[in-house]
Design a binder for this molecule. Structure first.
Ligand code: ZN
Length: 484
């Protein structure tokens, strides 16, 4: 059940409160019916009373309740690479994105290209619970965090956590945790900020975490009017669709190094879709990664820069547009063009920040733009055509740029778009799909860093870094920066 771990290793991790295993498994205590993170500070349970689960949902379905001290809802998620089946991994991705709030299980199966039955079976084999039980746990844990850490009214908590009615929320809470929302609220932190405006979500990660380099990467590539990095904080505008309703607002993300977490503040308008927004923040900052495993697999790279992360994307379409604009021009020039595109085709938005004024253009808007209109911004005709074709491929459903997509299908769809070559496809897979094994082997920087020019030789050399070649690429780019 727990990938690469046996119960001896799990118990050892509990004894030493090992942060490396935080989120990779949970320990349930049979005598108390409570389950904990391995880092929990309560008295270590006796071995004979322990049962180990790779996912919180499996512990809950087996009748255990989340610990009030270590708060399983704050644990970092599992790296998707740890899930052996790509199908189960993709299903989990969509469930984490709150897909089941608006869709049936059959629709989820259809999206994954399998039958309903097949999906349920594979999902159960992998996680030990059904997709619905998995989703219920995600929702309850989010509700628990909101009830404990915020002053958000209970009805809003229920809706924000994906429940359609307060009654169903109360019923599931009672069934799983044997508590009412009011009882949960009593566990609240005494020093809560008075206004809800000041509430921040906490997203834990497994250390080490090279925040400086990650933020540096994003800061060089911010899209003017849409994103900003200031005083070590990342800001951006957000547009999310749920049940055909548009939610727009802005977020800010800060690092709290001593607590091993990112603190995320959402504008009020985004609270009903907080599950989706938070999942995207996790993917942008690569919070699911298991750095110890990755660093060990990468040898000297790992020792040189422990905890180096691969920057993901908040929005796969936006990131891919930026990648296309950046073909064969400097990072700074690409940033300027992306800013012009946002200003011309994006939607104006009022925020308290002078640098955030627009929401990035949607595929709908760009697909209806003409080559001339885009060309007036200083973007070449060929690239304008590529941007329009990309937008159309997304609208038609032929292309999906999110981690739950099948990598092979995405590569095939990307290669059909004129102007998207191997480099762009690999780079999009690395960042929009968070595919850890993506590797832009034709990249000039990688050629230079390795001192090799033949793509064949480079690919051969990169074999040793599988399945973490995207991380190796990041290390190579960093080596280059040091040299130049
Ligand atoms: Zn605990």
């Amino acid at each position: 059940m727990i990938v690469n771990l046996d119960s001896d290793q799990c118990y050892q991790a509990v004894l030493t409160r090992d942060t490396r295993f935080d989120g990779r498994f949970f320990v349930a205590v049979k005598s108390t019916h409570i389950y904990c993170r391995p880092i929990c500070r309560v008295k270590t349970p006796m071995r004979k009373n322990c049962q180990f689960f790779s996912h919180a949902a499996a512990a809950e379905v087996a009748g255990f309740r989340p610990c009030k001290r270590c708060r399983p809802e704050l644990a970092p998620g599992n790296s998707l690479m740890e899930v052996s089946s790509q199908l189960a991994r993709n299903a989990a991705y969509y469930i984490n994105q709150d897909f089941l709030a608006d869709h049936s299980l059959a629709e989820l199966a259809e999206k994954l290209g399998v039958t309903d039955r097949q999906m349920r079976r594979v999902f159960h084999d992998e996680f030990g619970v059904s997709p619905v039980e998995f989703w219920q746990t995600q929702r309850l844990l989010l509700a628990k965090q909101l009830l404990t850490d915020s002053t958000m009214p209970v009805t809003s908590v229920a809706f924000a956590s994906g429940f359609q009615s307060l009654r169903r929320f109360n019923a599931l809470l009672k069934e799983r945790y044997r508590l009412t929302p009011t009882e949960l609220r009593k566990q609240q932190n005494k020093q809560l900020p008075e206004s809800f405006e000041k509430f921040s979500f906490r997203l834990n990660y497994r250390p080490p975490f090279d925040w400086e380099r990650l933020l540096g990467f994003l800061s060089q590539r911010v899209i003017p009017h849409v994103e900003a990095v200031q005083d070590g904080t990342y800001f951006r505008t957000v547009h999310v669709k749920r049940q055909d309703r548009d939610f727009v607002g802005h977020i800010q993300v800060r690092h709290e190094a001593e607590k091993h977490l990112l603190s995320v503040r959402l504008s009020d308008a985004l609270m009903p879709v907080c599950a989706i927004v938070l999942e995207r923040v996790k993917r942008l900052f690569d919070l699911h990664a298991d750095p110890i495993t990755i660093d060990a697999a990468l040898g000297t790279f790992g020792t040189q820069r422990p905890g180096l992360r691969v920057p993901g994307s908040f929005d796969g379409f936006e990131m891919s547009v930026r990648a296309i604009l950046g073909q064969q021009i400097s990072v700074a020039a690409a940033r300027t063009l992306a800013g012009r595109l946002a200003l011309r085709f994006g939607t104006p938005l009022q925020t308290p920040f002078a640098s955030l004024t627009h929401v990035f253009p949607t595929p709908q808007r760009l697909s209806s733009a003409t080559v001339d209109e885009i060309g007036r911004l200083g973007i070449t005709g060929q690239r304008s055509k590529t941007l329009i074709a990309l937008s159309q491929a997304i609208l038609s459903g032929a292309l999906r740029l999110e981690p739950g997509s099948r990598v092979e299908d995405t590569f095939a769809a990307l290669h059909k778009i004129p102007g998207i070559g191997e480099w762009t496809a690999q780079y999009i897979a690395m960042r929009a799909l968070s595919w850890p094994d993506a590797f832009p082997h034709t990249d000039l920087g990688i050629k230079k860093a390795l001192g090799l020019s033949s793509p064949k030789q480079i690919l051969k050399l990169a074999e040793q870094w599988r399945p973490w070649r995207a991380y190796a690429a990041l290390h190579l780019w960093n080596n280059l920066e040091k040299k130049s």
